[in-house]
Design a protein around this ligand. Structure first.
Ligand code: IPD
Ligand code: CA
Length: 249
């Protein structure tokens, strides 16, 4: 069993590299931008093509495995996490960055068995940084071991967050009121690179102390979640309870 997941992880790393190289090439070219839930929720042909490539390859190599992917769910596939080995994929995390040529875009592949994450792979493809973690075996970036920050004082911290793609006034107000409270603690600063997966990898790397976001999806955080925990971090919901990788958006 153990070897099987290692095979799957090796395959995920290879797929992330291939996908990342397609994404890098596509950044140079004109792209057709389409809209999903709102005028700021963007998707491109590259997002869809990369997800299809990952699905096809996983189906061929691991025909019994299940799949949850951002673009498949957008196209009407169910978003249900079962006990079956499941690949949880965001083919292009940071689509807005991708569209604008802002240099942080990641391919994010999480893998869960019995609803528990076994490994995560986040390839920050413009920076060429491959983040990986396997349950019980630590988290790495390009082969170097990662550890979360040991800073205990929030006033000495940098906190990452994002604005998401909901522009309803109440949601935006909530985002700004939380940011205001945190900033005025005070903390050293607030950052956010435009991809949830990469923000989580920055937590795992210890250069930001925490990352939070209102309204995140399972494909944004599945891979990053195990990378953070394997680097010694914790995940929690807003009420302090442990964060469950959800089975619906
Ligand atoms: C988005 C990015 C962004 C976060 C959004 C996500 P996408 O993913 O991770 O940083 O704020 O909540 O949906 O749409 O670029 O894959
Ligand atoms: Ca995406």
């Amino acid at each position: 069993m153990t070897d099987l997941w290692q095979n799957a992880m090796d395959h995920a790393v290879a797929l992330a590299k291939k996908a990342g190289s397609l994404v890098r090439d596509a950044v140079q070219n004109d792209m057709k931008v389409m809209l999903k839930s709102s005028s700021v929720d963007l998707v491109t042909k590259t997002d869809q093509m990369v997800e299809q490539l990952i699905i096809d390859s996983v189906k061929e190599k691991f025909p019994t495995h299940s799949f949850i992917g951002e673009e498949s769910v957008a196209a009407g596939e169910p978003c249900v996490l079962t006990d079956n080995p499941t690949w949880i994929v965001d083919p292009v995390d940071g689509t807005t960055n991708f569209v604008h040529g802002y240099p942080f875009v990641a391919v994010s592949i999480g893998f869960a068995v019995n609803r528990k994450l076994e490994f995560g792979v986040v390839y920050s493809c413009i920076e060429d940084k491959m983040y990986t973690a396997r349950k019980g075996k630590g988290a790495f970036c390009n082969g170097l071991l990662l550890n979360v920050s040991d800073q205990k004082e929030i006033s000495q911290s940098i906190i990452a967050t994002e604005f998401g793609s909901n522009r309803d006034t109440e949601v935006v107000d909530k985002i700004f009121s939380s940011m205001r409270k945190i900033l005025c603690l005070p903390i050293h600063g607030i950052r956010g690179v435009g991809t949830a997966a990469t923000n989580m990898c920055l937590v795992a790397s210890g250069c930001v102390e925490a990352y939070y976001e209102i309204g995140i999806h399972c494909w944004d955080i599945a891979a990053g979640a195990i990378i953070v925990t394997e680097a010694g971090g914790v995940l929690m919901d807003v009420d302090g309870t442990s964060l469950y990788i959800p089975d619906s958006t």
